[in-house]
Write a protein that binds this ligand. Structure first.
Ligand code: GTQ
Length: 348
C-alpha cells in the first residue's frame, strides 16, 4: 500500500502475489524493454578462414554430407551462446561438400544464401535448375524452394551459409520437408533463369516454371559479373567516404532486396582508403573476397584477410582501412527493418 507503514515489505508481498498470477511489474524492466538506443547482446567477432577450415575438414572425416543432411559448422556469436545465431535475427555457417557427395533435397520456411569461399564447379540445384558455383558467387535459395547441393568435382567446396533461422524461430512459423529423393529432378539448363532474369529485362509472360519460383526468379549472382561492375564503378566514380564503392544485389522483379528477409551487398574500398565511422541498426556479416585490411569496430581493430568472416552487431561503429583494394561481400536483415520502417544509420 502506497504511503503505508512498510512500503518495501508491501511491495515485496505485492510482487509475490502477482507472480502467482503470471503478472510482472513493467516499471522494473521498462528501460530494458524499450532502450533509448539499440543495445545488442551480440558481440563483434572475426572467424579466421584457415582456422575454421581446418575444423571443417575434420568434420569431413567424421560425418558425410548425407548423414548430416547439411555438414555445417555454425558461426555462433560469442555474445549469444547456445543460440546458433550470428546476430539476433540471422544465422551463418560454413558448409562443406566433398567430391562425390550430395546434401539431400529439402525445402523450408527459412531463406538462405550461399556465398562460395572455395572450390569450382560444385552445384546447388534450386527447383530443378543447377547453379554451378565459382568462388565468391552468390547463390540464393529463397523460402519454400526445393534445394539440394552436390559436388561432382575432384576438390572440396566450401561456402558461407546465411539464413534467417533466428527470425523464423522468433516468429514460430517454421516448416521443413524432405524431398522423397536425394536430388530434385533436373528440368532446366544451368543458367536458365539467369539468362532470362539477370539482364535487366523482365519476361512479360511468366512460364509455369517461373511461377513455381514465386517471386524469386533470379538466384545466381556470379562473382565475374558483380566484380566487373565494382571495377567499372571504381574507375568512373569517386568513392563514398563511408562505404567506398558499394552495390546492393537486387531482385529483378522489383529492384528491392534479394530476398524478403536478407539484404546482400558487395563493396570495393580502394587501396589506402580508410572509411569514415558509421553505425546502423542492422547487424551485418561480412566476408573478404580480395585484399587485406583492418576493420575498426567500436574502437577495436580486427585484421581482415581473404575468406575471413566478420560480424558487426547492430549499432557498433565501423571503419574499414584498406591495405589493398579490398573487396567485401556482406548481408544483413536491413530489408526487414526497412519494411518495418525502423532501419536507421548514423554517420559519425
Ligand atoms: O543448405 O539448406 O547452414 O537448411 C542450415 C540449414 C544450410 C541448407 C544451413 C539449412 C541449410
Amino acid at each position: 500500500m502506497r504511503g503505508g507503514t512498510e512500503p518495501m515489505a508491501d511491495m515485496q508481498s505485492f510482487k509475490d502475489d502477482i507472480a502467482a498470477c503470471q503478472l510482472t511489474p513493467l516499471w522494473e524492466v521498462l528501460h530494458n524493454l524499450v532502450p533509448a538506443q539499440p543495445s545488442s547482446p551480440a558481440k563483434p567477432h572475426i572467424w579466421s578462414y584457415p582456422v575454421a577450415r581446418s575444423h571443417l575438414m575434420r568434420a569431413g572425416e567424421l560425418i558425410t554430407a548425407e548423414q548430416a543432411e547439411r555438414r555445417v559448422l555454425i558461426l555462433e556469436n560469442p555474445g549469444l551462446p547456445g543460440s546458433s545465431a550470428i546476430t539476433q535475427s540471422l544465422y551463418a555457417g560454413l558448409q562443406l561438400v566433398l567430391p562425390g557427395e550430395v546434401a539431400p533435397c529439402h525445402r523450408h520456411a527459412q531463406s538462405a544464401l550461399r556465398f562460395v569461399l572455395e572450390g569450382s564447379g560444385a552445384h546447388t540445384a534450386v527447383n530443378g535448375e543447377k547453379v554451378l558455383m565459382e568462388p565468391f558467387d552468390l547463390i540464393l535459395t529463397p523460402s519454400g524452394l526445393w534445394h539440394d547441393h552436390g559436388n561432382e568435382t575432384a576438390d572440396p567446396v566450401v561456402w558461407l551459409d546465411g539464413l534467417d533461422i533466428p527470425l523464423i524461430q522468433m516468429l514460430d512459423c517454421s516448416y521443413a520437408e524432405r524431398y522423397n529423393e536425394n536430388m530434385f529432378p533436373v528440368t532446366r539448363e544451368p543458367g536458365d533463369t539467369r539468362h532470362r532474369y539477370g539482364r535487366n529485362l523482365r519476361p512479360v509472360r511468366r512460364t509455369d516454371h517461373d511461377a513455381a519460383l514465386k517471386d524469386q526468379p533470379l538466384f545466381h549472382y556470379p562473382f565475374a559479373e558483380w566484380r566487373e561492375a565494382l571495377g567499372t564503378m571504381a574507375s568512373s566514380t569517386a568513392p563514398d567516404a563511408y562505404d567506398g564503392h558499394k552495390y546492393e544485389f537486387i531482385n529483378p522483379l522489383h529492384g528491392g532486396a534479394t530476398m524478403k528477409t536478407i539484404s546482400c551487398f558487395c563493396q570495393l574500398i580502394p587501396k589506402g582508403m580508410t572509411t569514415l565511422p558509421h553505425r546502423s541498426t542492422d547487424g551485418v556479416i561480412y566476408t573478404v573476397c580480395e585484399g587485406e585490411g583492418t576493420a575498426r569496430i567500436s574502437h577495436q581493430d580486427y585484421p581482415l584477410s581473404p575468406q575471413d568472416v566478420l560480424v558487426v552487431p547492430s549499432w557498433n561503429s565501423l571503419e574499414i582501412e584498406a591495405a589493398d583494394d579490398l573487396v567485401l561481400f556482406s548481408f544483413s536483415d536491413k530489408t526487414v527493418q526497412d519494411k518495418l520502417g525502423v532501419w536507421r544509420e548514423e554517420r559519425l
